[in-house]
Design a protein. Sequence first.
Length: 71
Amino acid sequence: MRIETISYLKQNAAKLDLEEPITITQSGKPVYRIESEHQAQRKDEAIALLKLMNIAERDIRSGNTMSPAKR
């Protein structure tokens, strides 16, 4: 992950390469994170999948499952 300053962002915003996320700092502290729309969508999909897997695991532990005959 790249780390850049706000000054760098102001000077180069139009030509940023977003192949990897960029953390923007102000006074040496991270204040923003910039990523491509594609990366954001992939991250959102991964989070949704993890949530579904968590629900499925909870159902299995609690016995809330269906046998093949009930489908």
